[in-house]
Ligand binder design. Structure first.
Ligand code: G3P
Length: 223
C-alpha cells in the first residue's frame, strides 16, 4: 500500500471549504495524476463525503473524538468518518490537542475501524511518546512555525531528524511527516533528506493564489 507523501490540511480557512475547497482538491488531483506523487487532503467534516466521492485523493478527517457509538452528542465518531468515505484521520493536531490518554484511545478506536492514524506532535518527546501507539504516521509540527511561512525544514531541521530517530526506535513501521511553514519543493526535499517520509501542510497551499502551481512545485521536491 502506498501512503501520501503530501497531505494538505484545509483547516477552517475560508479558502478551504465548499466551492473554494473543491478548487484546491481539483488542483491536488491534477498534480497527483500528472506527477504520480500521492497527495492526501484533510478537508472539514462537511466536505468529507462529497470529496471522497468526487476525487481519487485519499481523504482524511482533521480530528476524531475518542468515543464509541452510543449516547453521546456533538462528537465526531471514527465510524461516521469511515462511512463518510475517509481513509484516515489526524489526531492531536496542535489546534485540537488531546491528552495522552485520549490520544491512546482515539488511535485504538481508529484502528478498530481501519482508519489510518496521523498523530500530530509538537516536539521530539511527544513524537517518541506517540510512537508507542504505533500510528501509521506521526506528523511533527513545531507550533511556533505553524502558519508562519517559515519552513520547519530550514528553521528547525534538528526536530525532524531527532523525531525520525525517536519514532523509528519505538515503532519501525510508523512514517514521519514534517509540518509547519512548508511551502515549496525545496522544503519537502530537505525534510525528506532529513529522514521524513513526507509533509503535512496547510497555508502554503490553501491560501495560495494558484494552488496548482504551488502543488506542482511541492511534488517536484518529492520526485
Ligand atoms: O496541519 C498542518 C499545519 O498545522 C501546518 O500549517 O500553515 O504552517 O502549513 P502551515
Amino acid at each position: 500500500k502506498r501512503f501520501p507523501e503530501i497531505i494538505i490540511n484545509f483547516k477552517i480557512y475560508t479558502e478551504g471549504f465548499g466551492k473554494a475547497g473543491h478548487r484546491i482538491a481539483e488542483a491536488a488531483e491534477t498534480v497527483m495524476n500528472e506527477t504520480g506523487v500521492i497527495i492526501g487532503i484533510a478537508p472539514g467534516y462537511m466536505d468529507l463525503h462529497p470529496m471522497s466521492m468526487h476525487y481519487s485523493l485519499p481523504v482524511y478527517a482533521q480530528h476524531i473524538d475518542p468515543v464509541k457509538p452510543g449516547a453521546g452528542t456533538g462528537h465526531i465518531l471514527a465510524d461516521a468518518v469511515v462511512s463518510a468515505g475517509a481513509c484516515g484521520t489526524l489526531i492531536n493536531h496542535s489546534e485540537k490537542r488531546l491528552t495522552l490518554a485520549d490520544i491512546s484511545l482515539a488511535v485504538e478506536i481508529a484502528k478498530s475501524v481501519h482508519l489510518e492514524t496521523i498523530v500530530c506532535t509538537n516536539d521530539v518527546f511527544t513524537s517518541a511518546a506517540a510512537a508507542a501507539f504505533s500510528p501509521e504516521f506521526i506528523a511533527i509540527e513545531p507550533p511556533e512555525l505553524i502558519g508562519s511561512g517559515v519552513s520547519v525544514s530550514s528553521a528547525d531541521p534538528g526536530i525532524i531528524e531527532n523525531s525520525v530517530r525517536a519514532v523509528k526506535n519505538v515503532s519501525g513501521s510508523t512514517k514521519v511527516l514534517a509540518g509547519a511553514g512548508i511551502h515549496s519543493g525545496n522544503c519537502i526535499k530537505t525534510a525528506m533528506d532529513l529522514g521524513a517520509d513526507g509533509v503535512l501542510l496547510a497555508s502554503g497551499v490553501v491560501k495560495a493564489k494558484d494552488p496548482y502551481a504551488v502543488l506542482t512545485d511541492l511534488a517536484g521536491g518529492v520526485i
